[in-house]
Design a protein around this ligand. Structure first.
Ligand code: NAG
Length: 397
């Protein structure tokens, strides 16, 4: 008896650490349990998880090619959390974490041992109340696809990518909408980081290496870059500078013309140089050729979350005079997730009763949410009835 109980316990343990493999399109609404094993979504199918308060992945997460993992919080009063503890996250399809409809700030804490995105990945929040906690901090970090961080309203929260002091490798496209990203790692690779719609990047640890092939693209007139000034010169690759967006340092520019200029632009090399004075070296930004030197101006970057440095930035009032490198791919906002809107449909069930009659029941099914935002399914029968089956009648004669 005791032995059987023991066997049962072991079996239960084995089942709970077994992989959860999604092989057909699946929609789960309300609370679900993920277990302790890996999560595998086979090629070409999706798993849409809706209004599950805490989605905690304990093992590896593997989203196949042409597949989707959608985790959505539709309940406005639900503070959604998605966490990856110790596994590897590999995405060859679409991953979309969407709490844009919820007023409460979500937590997306994807830690794990490695992160590889070859597909499209979206992390969305509302941002108007509280601070969304959004981080992908695996020590092995590779983006080869599209990685989008979206907030409806900019908050003072900052996106964290990679493990402090280690590398993030971006050979793909990273996009920010209404976000602040604070760099704390080396940035390696030849990809593009686009600051779209009111987004900023703060390069906070510039003693680390930031690949001069990485492009920082200021796509919006309200976007900005702020760079920590240090005692040796560095060059950053910037596209899209113009229309009033800003490039600055975390110190006030020392501007005492004609002796010292807070900035200079070299029309032959396309390098914009900002000077912070003292022991700080000038910082160089490769903005490209064609700028009109009379359209630059020293300003203050007031973007939310950025350290406000009086007269610490430079702006350009004209449009960017050169084209954006082709490595910068279009940014996209969050895709719709399957099963997130209320639906109504009919089902038809056919059976044969004990008298050999064919019975047909047509049901109306409604999947929707109630007043407390909980999902329910209601079934009402439209028609039901049995008729004698002519084929059966003939064979039995
Ligand atoms: C940028 O975001 C801040 C904070 O949400 C907001 O106050 C500001 O108006 C936004 N700027 C633009 C140009 O949208």
């Amino acid at each position: 008896m005791l032995f059987r109980k023991y066997i049962l316990a072991v079996l239960t343990l084995i089942t709970s650490v077994m992989a959860r493999t999604i092989t057909t399109n699946t929609i789960d609404r309300g609370a679900i349990s993920l277990g302790l094993g890996d999560t595998i979504i086979e090629d070409g199918v999706y798993w849409s998880i809706i209004d599950n308060l805490a989605t905690a992945f304990a093992g590896n997460v593997d989203v196949g090619s042409g597949s989707g993992l959608y985790i959505s919080g539709l309940n406005p009063l639900l503070s959604m959390s998605v966490t990856l503890l110790s596994g590897s996250l590999t995405n060859d399809g679409i991953i979309s974490l969407n709490a844009v409809q919820s007023l409460l700030a979500p937590t997306y804490s994807l830690v794990g041992i490695s992160f590889t995105n070859n597909g499209e990945m979206y992390l969305g929040a509302d941002g108007s109340f509280g601070s969304p906690n959004i981080q992908i901090t695996a020590p092995i970090w590779n983006n080869n696809g599209l990685l989008v961080f979206y907030q409806k309203t900019r908050s003072s929260a900052s996106i964290e990518l990679g493990t402090s002091g280690l590398d993030i490798k971006n050979n793909g496209q990273i996009c920010f909408f209404n976000e602040l990203y604070t760099q704390r790692t080396n940035i390696v690779g030849t990809g593009c980081i686009t600051l779209d719609e009111n987004s900023s990047i703060f390069l906070s640890n510039t003693l680390l290496n930031i690949d001069t092939n990485q492009v920082f693209y200021l796509a919006d007139s309200a976007s900005s870059i702020q760079v920590h000034a240090i005692s040796f010169s560095k060059t950053y690759n910037v596209a899209g500078f113009g229309n009033g967006n800003k490039i600055g340092l975390d110190v006030t520019l020392v501007n005492l013309p004609p002796l010292l200029n807070g900035y200079t632009y070299d029309t032959k090399t396309g390098i914009l140089t900002l000077r912070g004075g003292g022991v700080l070296s000038p910082m160089n930004f490769n903005i490209g050729l064609g700028y009109n030197p009379s359209l630059f101006k020293i300003v203050t970057d007031d973007n939310t979350g950025i350290i406000r440095i009086p007269a610490g930035a430079v702006t350009y009032s004209g449009p960017p005079p050169n084209s954006v490198p082709s490595v910068c791919q279009p940014c996209k906002k969050l895709p719709p997730a399957p099963g997130t809107s209320a639906t109504e449909f009919t089902t038809t069930a056919t059976s044969t009763n004990s008298d050999g009659f064919t019975c047909t029941e047509v049901d109306d099914i409604i999947v929707s949410t109630d007043k407390s935002n909980s999902w329910f399914t209601s079934t009402s029968t439209i028609t039901a009835g049995c008729i004698s089956n002519p084929t059966n009648t003939i064979t039995s004669t």
